[in-house]
Write a protein that binds this ligand. Structure first.
Ligand SMILES: Nc1nc2c(c(=O)[nH]1)N[C@H]1C(S)=C(S)[C@@H](COP(=O)(O)O)O[C@H]1N2
Ligand SMILES: [Mo]
Length: 414
């Protein structure tokens, strides 16, 4: 048996062949397209196009051409799009790995380039494979390790996506017709390409005896995906969180009293002390073109209070079910400082460090009657970990815009 991977005879798995590769390729064609679209949506949702605080991506002018005002309806919109993005990404990992495994002999094709066209094709495959691995690895690390690249993940994953998707589209245009033909023609028969004596680059010239049938291999990949799906998806639903054993923010249910739902960052983690949030110390500063007002919590409680059932949905893909929040409407607070028409707001937390201590919201978010500066959740006062004395909650928005321990609201441009 040849020792060099550069010899086609080195690769002996009888599973490799056009049928297996085509099937995996078509699954990825659909799946990665959904990942790209939901990823761009997340970018639009997190980038209200009004403040460099939220959008750290340089040169967004070119790649942000499609940006639009992220709506506030339906209120579970981001929970859905980002839940799909992250859960699907994790679910596709076995398919991606199997696909790469199925074409690995091609990596060693000699001569490296037969022609200029062949050289270009191989270069585009480098971008495709490298870009794909980069996107999956950065995404998984971010979800698993909680924002491992502070500040830069967003830009890395976003730029990587464009590079990867450009190579992906080129590859799909070239290969999809072939993949569809392979699946149609090779249906049923086992080891069809060899049986028909067809020559292709994927089928081993001297296959080893099979240890698993082709159907078994597809089952293995699908089973792996199903296992990842089943141990991830629960973290987007209170009551199912226990089932998400492999996922961060899954596993144990936080409990079931008022306020017993998922907490990402605790007050201790954020360095928020009880002295600064006490009734005597804390004042909400509200600024606008009409001036500045300072409100104690008791004064806030005398404003008209409203309720809204809204989830928290993190960019990491986990979410809470709807929680019943109660507090002052953002648009009422805007009116207090001279903004009767809804306008943008810049929200600042008491927190002194960390990327998510401030955020900007857009006028359509401020104007929505369900957008609150929440003082209560689940019928009880906010706990310190849920953002006491006050936190922002906005329908359909990413969790990162739901600032906790709010200290200052600045409406309009100041
Ligand atoms: N002050 C402050 N607010 C914050 C954050 C933070 O780090 N600091 N994290 C945000 C992020 S990324 C999310 S997903 C939600 C999570 O809310 P939770 O910690 O109550 O679960 O809070 C948001 N509000
Ligand atoms: Mo988040």
């Amino acid at each position: 048996m040849p020792r060099s991977p550069f010899s086609p005879a080195f690769w002996r798995s009888p599973l490799r062949g056009p049928w297996f590769t085509s099937l995996l390729g078509l699954v990825l064609l659909g799946g990665i397209t959904v990942l790209f679209v939901t990823g761009l949506l997340s970018y639009a949702a997190y980038n209200p196009d009004l403040s460099p605080v939220n959008d750290k991506t340089p040169g967004k002018g070119l790649l942000g051409f499609y940006l639009f005002a992220w709506p506030t309806d339906p209120h579970w919109l981001y929970r859905l799009t980002q839940g799909v993005h992250v859960t699907l990404g994790i679910t596709l990992i076995p398919v991606l790995l199997a696909k790469l495994w199925s074409v690995v002999p091609k990596l060693f094709t000699l001569p490296p380039a037969r022609s200029l066209a062949h050289a270009l094709e191989r270069l585009s495959l480098l971008l495709l494979v490298g870009g794909g691995l980069f996107e999956f690895v950065t995404g998984v690390l971010n979800v698993q390790l909680d924002y491992i690249f502070p500040g830069s993940f967003y830009a890395l994953h976003f730029y990587g996506a464009w590079v990867f998707f450009a190579a992906f589209v080129a590859h799909a245009v070239l290969k999809t017709p072939l993949a569809l033909r392979n699946l149609r023609e090779l249906r049923g028969a086992s080891g069809p390409a060899e049986l028909r004596g067809e020559k292709d680059e994927l089928t081993s010239p001297n296959p080893a005896p099979p240890t698993v049938s082709r159907r078994g291999a597809v089952g293995l990949v699908g089973g792996g995906s199903l296992l990842l799906f089943g141990t991830t998806v629960g973290r987007s639903f209170d009551g199912l969180r226990w089932s998400a054993v492999l996922a961060p923010h899954g596993g144990a249910e936080p409990g079931n009293g008022p306020g017993d739902f998922q907490i990402n960052k605790t007050a201790a983690y954020a360095g928020i002390s009880e002295t600064e949030t006490s009734e005597e110390a804390w004042r909400l500063v509200v600024r606008g073109r009409g001036g500045t007002v300072r409100l104690s919590r008791a004064e806030l409680l005398r404003l008209p209070l409203h309720s809204a059932a809204l989830p928290i949905a993190c960019v990491e893909g986990w979410a809470t079910s709807d929680q019943l929040w109660r507090g002052a409407r953002l648009r009422d607070l805007a009116a207090l400082v001279g903004h009767d028409d809804p306008t943008d707001v810049f929200v600042e937390s008491l927190q002194r460090h960390g990327a998510f201590r401030h955020a900007a919201l857009r006028a359509n978010q401020v104007g929505d009657p369900r957008s609150l500066l929440a003082l209560f959740v689940g019928g009880a006062e906010l706990t310190p970990d849920h953002g006491h004395p006050a936190r922002i909650i906005v329908p359909a928005a990413p969790g990162v815009l739901n600032t906790k321990w709010v200290g200052r609201l600045t409406f309009g441009d100041l």
